[in-house]
Write a protein that binds this ligand. Sequence first.
Ligand code: TYD
Ligand code: MG
Length: 468
Amino acid sequence: MARRPANRFVCQSCGAVFPKWSGRCDACGAWNSIVEETVEPTATGGTNARRRAGARINLVGLAGDTPPPPRIETRISELDRVLGGGLVPASVVLVGGDPGIGKSTLLLQGACALARLGRKVMYISGEEAVDQIRLRARRLGLEAPTLELAAAINVADIAATLEAEKDLALVVIDSIQTMWMETVESAPGTVSQVRASAFELIRLAKQRGFSLILVGHVTKEGALAGPRVLEHMVDAVLYFEGDRGHQFRILRAAKNRFGATDEIGVFAMTDQGLEEVPNPSALFLAERRGHIAGSAVFAGMEGTRPVLLEVQALLSPKAGDGGARRAVVGWDTGRLNMLLAVLEARCGIKLNTMDVHLNIAGGLRVGEPAADMAVAAALVSAATGQPTSAGSVYFGEVGLSGEIRQVSQPDTRLKEAHKLGFEQAFLPRRIARGNRKPSAPDGLGIQEIGHLGDLVSLFTGAMEGADA
Ligand code: TYD
Ligand code: MG
């Protein structure tokens, strides 16, 4: 009797498998994410299949000479930086991002750059026709006679093509959600299809030694749509983010087996495609207007690179009887609530009758607690109507008792502030005598702040001074 293909129900968000359908996934809590999929009977799987006897695997010691992985630089330095110095042969990179953010543009530019260096590069699109890609390349002024283009979605065909190629340096698959394998009986874009297609392509990359870049779409909630499972199968996961209303695009590593995950690459989307932004601080601060209450400059770090950003706060009397609004763009709402609580409990600044809007100008997302002091300065400045002095930067973490805590790399932050013409920096006071004084460049004044109250009194003191 022929085996009836079994059906199973797979969550398209986390990949969990259930014997029957339900409206909510028990594993990840997503609603309406469970889809019925047919399981293909495989030759090796199943309980009845004969098992091959295992062979002993080789074990080696921890010590031993392993050279660092060779790198293929794309010469797009913002991209190379996030990759950890360039592409690693036989490695797999997943590039995620919202539709329309510029993934295809970035990868086409990267592929062309590599092809121009004489490397063999293939760009396979399942989303756009070859003519469309050619048109875009022409519009961007990209020339790379050796770049090989194809529009294809059938993984078996792609695999057959790749098997026959020699000396391939890079293959770009745009996007993994459009790829399709005949042997898997579910629609393209489902977890089963994505997983099987990726598995096949990854196997080829490891076997043939080329770098593989997979493009993946991201849902509104910020998770890679469907292929969460993919994150475990690849060597690096990069997210391409940015606000479509803004020019800036940030490439960020969420996982990287060959490099640091806190590096970012900054690009600007122009009509010439993506341009590298070697000095993000200047760009992020370009539209700042000095001497406005509610604005403070944060001297932040993104990976090894200092980035200065403007923090903007706006307070308005709350409307209606409900709770006050806390609207945050580019920072963490929980962290804002904590700061507001500390300001109220430790410094007597009550903002519970005010709606608070907080914005990191330029569209960058800040994750560092070091931004606390800049956010507090922006809030207190907005509350008192006293502008922060135009030439000042702030950094320092705020603790629950209002103490200002040390943060990493003060020297690098100070150097960047000085480079951009700032004259004064507010930073955490050294507690232990052993703590080295941060080395401030000449011409940059340093104000050590021990408690949030000291920062507040800089503003309220100025107010009293003005009243007198
Ligand atoms: P695209 O790379 O197609 O995005 P993705 O692959 O992530 O879906 O980028 C599409 C957007 O980028 C589109 O809205 C137009 C914009 N764009 C520019 O502003 N300038 C350009 O030179 C190009 C090629 C695209
Ligand atoms: Mg695209």
